[in-house]
Design a protein around this ligand. Structure first.
Ligand code: NAD
Length: 329
C-alpha cells in the first residue's frame, strides 16, 4: 500500500510519517520545506521514505510524482498553518491551502486514487461562546484568513467527491500540541521564552479556550479514518480536553519551575476566536477511536521533549525574533 503524504516534513505530517513507517506502509512525501518544514523531523525514517521537495501548487511536478509513485492513498497535510501569519499576509494561505489543494485534487482525479484524506481543521466552524460544541454538520463560519483558506480547501474536497466521485474523506482535528511543533505556536513559544526568562506574551486576558489534542493521538486518528472511514464523510477529531490559554501557560510555567510574573498580557489577536469545541460522537461510534492522552500527560511529555531538544528549538530563534516583533506589539 503506497501512501503519498503532503506536508510530511511539518509538525503533524511528520508524526504521521514516522508512525506509517513503523506500521510498514510504503511512503512518498511531498513538502516544499517552507520555514515550517524541517527534514530533521524525518531523520530517523529518511532511508524508509521517498522525499520530494516540491510545491503542491506546481501541477506539472505533482503530476510527475503521482505517475512515478502511483499512490493508493493521498494524505494531504501540506498547508500554511499559522493564524497570526495569515493576518499579516493572506496570500500564501490562498496560494497553498486553496490552489495547492485544488491542484492535488485535480491530479488525484485525473490519475485516480483509492482515497484522498483531506486534513481540515476545527477552525472552519468559527467560534463558540462558553457553551456548545460543533458537529460535522454544523455550518462553516470561518473568521480568519487561515480558517477561510482551510474552509475553502475543505469545501473543494467535498465538491470533488460530489462532482467527480473522487473518494475524499475530510478530517477536522482540534488544536494539536506535542514534540516537533514549530516554536511560533502557543506551547513552544511559552517554553522557549520561559527558559530564557523572557516575558511570555498572552493575547487579551488569556480566557480563550482550545481543545488540546496530543499530536500522536491525531496521527493515530488519521490512520483509523484512512482504514475505516467512509468516503464522502467528515470526521471531527477532538480530545474533549478543553483548557483556557492562561491555564495552559500556567501549567507550562509550573512544569518548568518558572514564576507566573513572566506572563505579559498583550493586545488581543484581531478577530480572535473565543472557543472551539468538537462533538466527537461520530468518530467514536463509527470508527471506534478516541484520544488516549490527557492534557496533563501530553503537556508533561511535550515540555520534556523540548528540554531534550533545546538545540533544535534554538536554531529557529533568530528567524522567530523578527517575527515576534511584528506580531506581539
Ligand atoms: P506545519 O506548518 O507544521 O506543517 C506544514 C507543512 O506543509 C510544512 O512542512 C511545510 O513545509 C509544508 N508546506 C507548506 N506549503 C507547502 C506547499 N505549497 N507545498 C508543499 N508543502 C508545503 O503544520 P501542521 O501544524 O503540521 O498542520 C498540518 C495540517 O493540519 C495543516 O493542514 C493544518 O491546517 C492542519 N491542522 C493543524 C492543526 C494544529 O493544531 N497544528 C489543527 C488542525 C488542523
Amino acid at each position: 500500500m503506497k501512501l503519498l503524504v503532503t506536508g510530511g516534513a511539518g509538525f503533524i505530517g511528520s508524526e504521521f510519517v514516522r508512525k506509517a513507517v513503523e506500521i510498514g506502509y510504503d511512503i512518498a512525501v511531498i513538502d516544499k520545506l517552507t520555514y515550517a518544514g524541517d527534514l530533521e523531523r524525518l531523520k530517523e525514517v529518511e532511508s524508509n521514505i521517498t522525499f520530494y521537495k516540491a510545491d503542491i501548487t506546481n501541477k506539472e511536478f505533482v503530476e510527475y510524482i503521482f505517475k512515478k509513485e502511483k499512490p493508493n492513498i493521498v494524505v494531504h497535510f501540506a498547508a500554511e498553518s499559522h493564524v497570526d501569519r495569515s493576518i499579516l499576509d493572506a496570500s500564501p494561505f490562498i496560494e497553498t491551502n486553496v490552489k495547492g489543494t485544488q491542484v492535488l485534487l485535480d491530479v488525484a482525479k485525473d490519475i485516480g486514487v483509492e482515497k484522498f484524506i483531506n486534513i481540515a481543521t476545527d477552525e472552519v466552524y468559527g467560534e463558540l461562546g462558553e457553551e456548545g460544541t460543533f458537529r460535522e454538520d454544523s455550518p462553516l463560519v470561518p473568521n480568519s484568513p487561515y480558517s477561510v483558506s482551510k474552509a475553502s480547501a475543505d469545501m473543494l474536497g467535498r465538491a470533488y467527491y460530489k462532482t467527480y466521485k473522487l473518494p475524499v474523506i475530510t478530517v477536522r482535528p482540534s488544536n494539536n500540541y506535542g514534540p516537533w511543533q514549530y516554536p511560533e505556536k502557543l506551547i513552544p513559544v511559552v517554553i522557549l521564552k520561559a527558559l530564557n526568562d523572557e516575558k511570555i506574551p498572552v493575547y487579551g486576558t488569556g480566557q480563550n479556550v482550545r481543545e488540546w489534542l496530543f499530536v500522536s493521538d491525531c496521527a493515530e486518528a488519521v490512520f483509523e479514518i484512512m482504514e475505516k472511514g467512509k468516503v464522502g464523510e467528515i470526521y471531527n477529531v477532538g480530545s474533549n480536553q478543553e483548557r483556557r490559554n492562561i491555564e495552559v501557560v500556567k501549567t507550562v510555567l509550573k512544569l518548568l519551575n518558572k514564576p507566573e510574573n513572566l506572563i505579559e498580557f498583550v493586545k488581543d489577536r484581531p478577530g480572535h476566536d473565543f472557543r472551539y469545541s468538537l462533538d466527537t460522537t461520530k468518530i467514536k461510534k463509527e470508527i471506534g477511536w478516541e484520544a488516549k492522552t490527557t492534557f496533563e500527560e501530553g503537556i508533561e511529555n511535550t515540555v520534556k521533549w523540548y528540554l531534550d531538544h533545546i538545540e533544535w528549538t534554538k536554531k529557529k530563534l533568530n528567524y522567530l525574533k523578527e517575527y515576534w516583533e511584528k506580531v506581539y506589539k
